[in-house]
Design a protein around this ligand. Sequence first.
Ligand code: ATP
Ligand code: MG
Length: 442
Amino acid sequence: MSLKPSLTGLDQARIIERDEHPISRKQISPNTLKVLYRFKETGFHAFLVGGGVRDLMLGNKPKDFDIATNATPEEIKRLFKNARIIGRRFKIVHIRFGREIIEVTTFRAHHDPQNEIADDASRRQIRGLDSAHSSSGMILRDNVYGDIDQDALQRDFTVNALYYTVDHFRILDFSTGMEDLDKKEIRIIGDPATRYREDPVRMLRAIRFSAKLGFSIEESTQRPFDQLGHLLNSVSRARLFDETLKLLAGGHAAVTFEKLRNFHLGPYLFAPTLEAMKQVELPWGKLIDLALENTDKRLTMGKSVTPAFLFAAILWPVLKLHLTQPVSPGMNRHQHFIQAANQTFLEQLNYTAIPRRVTSVSREIWELQYRLERKNKRSIEAAFSHPRFRAAYDFLLLREQAGENLGALGQWWTDFQNGDTKRKIQMITAVSRPSKRRRKRT
Ligand code: ATP
Ligand code: MG
């Protein structure tokens, strides 16, 4: 048996006893409890941390549970056969129970970028020893392990740095998390500018949590946004895509989008859209707002949302702007559309990656807008039997709700879907224009 490191750093915490906080074990998923107890039985220390504790403190249902421990990723893997180490930049362990994934991280230590070139002898004092910063101070890798108090100071916001333990069911607060929960404030831990230089995505996370929790962003936490927002340009497009999905598919997309714009961070994710909205007069900003509100409503009702629909809405003004360009000679309307859609995605890809599985569906939703114009029997049938019909129809309704005059097209499709076969045939006949061949014969 290896000797388990004892837990140091506890003396730095304010301890909130069982009867001084509202969290009960019943609110924690059985699998999470199983993991916490397994660590305890095997001599390690493990805590519920992050959104799990924060949301339970606020009386909300956590989205998932994160655990922090003094066991290393390798030790965790040995303890749980369903564990998998993922990530390189920031090693974490996923313990999977069917559909539930519990994210476990080893306590991080503070590490000064200056020390990265320290000699081997001094580096050997630290466990993990794998960290790297860019010249601007951005954390490239962060796998230096430490004590719980150090771990707390590496977390982003005070309300995300509360630790719950099954040992006496206490909460440990190493910063001002409890106080800020009361004040309803998102406050970054440490020096704001340094923390944003280490990881610019923290600025987006501040917006996300502020929108989700209805908290304000504390003054010194928001002050650097204007000056340091541009650091988001150096974050990988793939990570920005992931973060964008969290911003928009977290149930508070409408408020989040508004806050992103108010805090001047919108252009680092959606510059093409915001630019296009300035240039075009039609109500496409309204369309985006409605799409985001609908998304939030769907999520509240437990329905799913597709990123493709969101991107179709957000990029609609950009597409429309490109479509106002004159059609090149020799190009038909469909080719013109393809070119405009390609350009739209290409511009957005400068800001966020978007996987092809997403763009291809957004493209179909756009393309179907033309087919829904009901030119003839064939196009009506093709649109109706298309796998994206429902999404395209929803999109059409949004366009009308936003103020586009489409001659009650949405209502036509609503009636069409509700009608029986006989009614459908009647409706098709009523709007179908005779085909060219038939026109010639008559
Ligand atoms: P939710 O899961 O509800 O979106 P969360 O607070 O649990 O919110 P996660 O992204 O799951 O957020 O991260 C878990 C915890 O890890 C956070 O609460 C925070 O303590 C820490 N954390 C995550 N990302 C960062 C970051 N970029 N910088 C510092 N700490 C972070
Ligand atoms: Mg979480």
